[in-house]
Unconditional design. Structure first.
Length: 107
């Protein structure tokens, strides 16, 4: 069942990347989209909500990467699983938030 650990690392990378925009926007005091807004993912949530949502995502990412299995930073497969999960989440977020903030020029 080694592949399940790699799946956990993949999703861990996705959660870690998702933590960044929420935590940064929140600490800057800016409202930002979150799953708790109306409509979810499109409307704005307060800075405090985003700090908490970013911290939650970071905690989940930490657990998935460093507490599931025995993550080895020298293992190319394990690092790649985290990296690919993070990269795919970053591309999704760039597309989703780009439409809302004018950064998606390839319409």
């Amino acid at each position: 069942m080694e592949w399940l650990i790699d799946v956990a690392y993949f999703f861990g990378g996705a959660f870690l990347v998702n933590a960044v925009p929420h935590f940064v926007s929140g600490t800057m005091g800016q409202a930002f989209q979150s799953p708790f807004a109306k409509p979810p993912g499109i409307g704005l949530s307060s800075a405090r909500v985003n700090v908490l949502w970013g911290a939650f995502n970071a905690a989940v990412g930490y657990v998935l990467v460093l507490r599931v299995g025995a993550f080895d930073p020298h293992s190319t497969l394990q690092v790649a699983a985290v990296g690919v999960g993070g990269l795919l989440m970053a591309l999704f977020l760039a597309h989703h938030f780009g439409k809302l903030h004018g950064g998606d020029l390839a319409r």
